[in-house]
Design a protein around this ligand. Sequence first.
Ligand SMILES: [Zn+2]
Length: 138
Amino acid sequence: MEVRLFNDISYERFLSEDTLMGSRCRKCGALFAPPRAMCIKCYGSEMEWVEMKGRGKLAAFTCIAIGPPFMIKEGYDRKHPYVSGVVELEEGVKVVARIEGVDGSKPEDIKIGTPLEVQFLHRGEGANSTTFLAFKPS
Ligand SMILES: [Zn+2]
């Protein structure tokens, strides 16, 4: 298998392949997603890739009414805010992601602790393509 460095570029490449990956410290077992090349708990630098199951629950969120241009292009605006959240994965790590399938104009209806499952949103084409990590209620 091709060696991938433990950085954001590799993380995003895995996302483009519909895979959510983290890195685990071989020394103390600490898990990081997005991956880190060095363990912040024991300063070990021997990491290994671990695939996350892609299930978790909503830990925090914000509704964003004024988004970046690519979000406006997707139809999000003041009347249709999108939701950005922190998802606590079953593995115990927290990732920041877009939360789909909830109504950003009704934050009072969005509940902390909602079970979520991963979704990979592919946008753009060729060299401009990106994949956004997203979660939706499961
Ligand atoms: Zn460690």
